[in-house]
Design a protein around this ligand. Structure first.
Ligand SMILES: Cc1ncc(C[n+]2csc(CCOP(=O)(O)OP(=O)(O)O)c2C)c(N)n1
Ligand SMILES: [Mg+2]
Length: 554
């Protein structure tokens, strides 16, 4: 059977279980998606087309691959705009599949912009389909990379979507993805260190979520009675109401990072990024790095021992080894849990206080605390924006299930929360989905709000409306680090609830603390019938949150 490349790609996507594709037109594969009955989620710009697919892969832990298309080829306007989305996916290691037009043979003289080199800097693999009959091979390779090893984006460029090939010559079979188990000798060494430690700490990263290893993480932590911290991107990998959970950031996390002598890092690069901890006195600690590949071993800080393999197999092997050596008894519980509890109570006291605050303008922590009360934390999704909402929510928001919260941003690209909330609704239609943003994130998402109405996506945008970039300007904390670039038109100048209400959203503007809970309830009720909501909470600027250890303020 002769088939054109675009149709071949779409049929393979279907075989791979892809049941929708996000896009911003044009892309020459799109008409085949339409003809073959694969729904397209048409965003209003190319960056969001990538970001929604990216977020879908993250939220499903890579078990369902997000796919997007955008314009490329000789007129690479879409690709140039989508670059921000791909760079973010690459930065955060998200297994998203991006399909775009390729520059046809002989047409490379047209442009200043070198597509291939640009794409190679933001992808695990950039594939240029140079022959139509290679379509199944390229798709096989793409899904192999998307489902195996360290996650990252794959970009396919299709220079001639109407070229044909024989579909029966190389029949496509879905790719399962492969995992590796660790070297038993490395597992034994890690357990030697863990059992000999005075103050061990487990440092869990997003690899735990991609490996679907939350249960295994809990089982190991409980067997060895070791406190757990998670990275921003792994927030929720460990239940945050568990007696061994310390936090993501804050004084209690700093306390444990400082006092630990052995750090068992699982599924984390331990890279001291802008939104993660440095390891204090790293050279004096024993760092055991359990990771899916070698990329991060001995990067920045010396790795004493590495255990290479899938996080789930690694955690299972560590647990088995501990169990064998201790006849199932593990490490003594001692007063570890009581100490964690005391450290949390002390570290969180100042935030718990403002979560109950009746002050006006509303304290943002009051909104977060009330949000926790209104949501079923076993059946909801919350994400933050870049700015104070990230810093504050990652300090206090209790996440009870993996991906009940999406923390994101090794670098943290404004506007991603909307994409994440949309992707969460696509992944888990029955769960409430909430994006919490400031004015900067809102500015990025405004052009895309129409999508929620058109697609009947019942999500809530919570706006912490404080009239400025709260982390930047002068205020009660001093001069501010960017006092010339922090003020924008705020709630006194413009009523965003009216602006967004005119689009068709359910909107409210809330300035009374007592109204936070009822307003959130009304929004979630409306969401249940597929109508999006925007709630503007008139808040004070309150740039107070847990710090990253080894980072500067702000
Ligand atoms: C694409 C992009 N550009 C610039 C930044 C830098 N940045 C981070 S937060 C922020 C302002 C946040 O202000 P706002 O949304 O009002 O939130 P607040 O901190 O006031 O809650 C800026 C400009 C970024 N994260 N992403
Ligand atoms: Mg603000």
């Amino acid at each position: 059977m002769t088939i054109d490349v675009a149709t071949g790609i779409v049929r393979i996507l279907k075989q791979e279980g892809v049941d929708w594709v996000s896009t911003f037109p044009v892309c020459r594969v799109n008409n085949a998606l339409g003809r073959e009955g694969v729904p397209m989620l048409m965003m209003r710009d190319d960056r969001y087309a990538v970001a929604v697919a990216d977020a879908f892969s993250r939220i499903t832990g890579g078990s369902r691959i997000g796919v997007c298309t955008f314009q490329g080829g000789v007129n690479a306007a879409g690709m140039q705009y989508a670059y921000a989305g791909m760079a973010q996916a690459y930065e955060d290691g998200s297994p998203v599949l991006c399909i775009t037009d390729g520059v046809p043979a002989g047409a490379s003289g047209n442009s200043q912009y070198d597509v291939a080199s640009a794409m190679k800097t933001v992808s695990k693999w950039f594939g240029y389909l140079d022959k139509p009959e290679r379509t199944p091979e390229f798709m096989r390779r793409a899904f192999t990379m998307l489902r195996s090893g360290r996650p990252g984006p794959v970009i396919l460029a299709i220079p001639n979507a109407t070229a044909t090939y024989d579909e029966t010559a190389d029949p496509y079979r879905p790719v399962k993805g492969w995992k590796s188990a660790p070297d038993p000798a490395d597992v034994r060494t890690a357990v030697d260190q863990l059992l000999a430690a005075r103050n061990p700490l487990i440092y869990a990263g997003e690899g735990v979520i991609y490996a679907g290893a939350s249960e295994e993480l809990k089982a190991l932590a409980e067997l060895v009675n070791v406190p757990v911290i998670t990275t921003l991107k792994a927030k929720g990998a460990f239940p945050e109401n568990h007696p061994l959970f310390v936090g993501v950031r804050g004084d209690q996390v700093a306390h444990y990072l400082n006092k630990s002598d052995v750090i068992l890092a699982v599924g984390s690069s331990l890279s001291p990024g802008r939104f993660s901890h440095g390891i204090p006195d790293a050279a004096k600690k024993t760092i055991i790095l359990c990771n899916v590949d070698e990329l991060h071993i001995n990067k920045m800080i010396p790795t004493a021992h590495a255990v290479i393999g899938d996080a789930r197999f690694t955690l299972q092997a560590l647990r088995q080894e501990v169990s064998d050596r201790t006849r199932g008894a593990g490490r003594a519980a001692g007063d570890v849990a009581a100490e964690v509890r005391a450290a949390r109570d002390e570290g969180l006291a100042r935030y718990r206080q403002v979560m109950a605050s009746d002050e006006k303008p509303i304290n943002p922590y009051r909104v977060y605390g009330d949000l926790m009360q209104v949501l079923d934390l076993h059946k909801s999704f919350v994400t933050h924006e870049s700015g104070n909402t990230r810093d504050q929510l990652s300090t206090v928001f209790d996440t009870l299930i993996p991906r009940g919260f999406l923390g994101w941003g090794n670098v943290s690209t404004l506007g991603f929360s909307l994409a994440a909330a949309i992707a969460a609704k696509k992944a888990f239609p029955d769960r409430a989905s909430v994006a919490v943003t400031g004015e900067a994130g809102l500015g990025y998402m405004l052009g895309n709000l129409e999508v929620l109405l058109r697609e009947k996506l019942g999500i809530t945008v919570v706006h912490i409306s404080n009239g400025g970039f709260a982390g930047y300007g002068p205020g009660f904390w001093g001069a501010g680090h960017d006092p010339y670039t922090h003020q924008v038109m705020g709630p006194d100048d413009v009523d965003m609830s009216k602006v967004i209400g005119a689009l068709g959203f359910h909107t409210e503007r809330v300035s009374e603390p007592a109204e936070v809970i009822p307003a959130l309830r009304r929004a979630l009720d409306v969401n249940a019938s597929g109508r999006p909501a925007y709630i503007e909470f008139i808040c004070c600027q309150y740039p107070v949150y847990g710090q990253w250890v080894g980072r500067g303020e702000g």
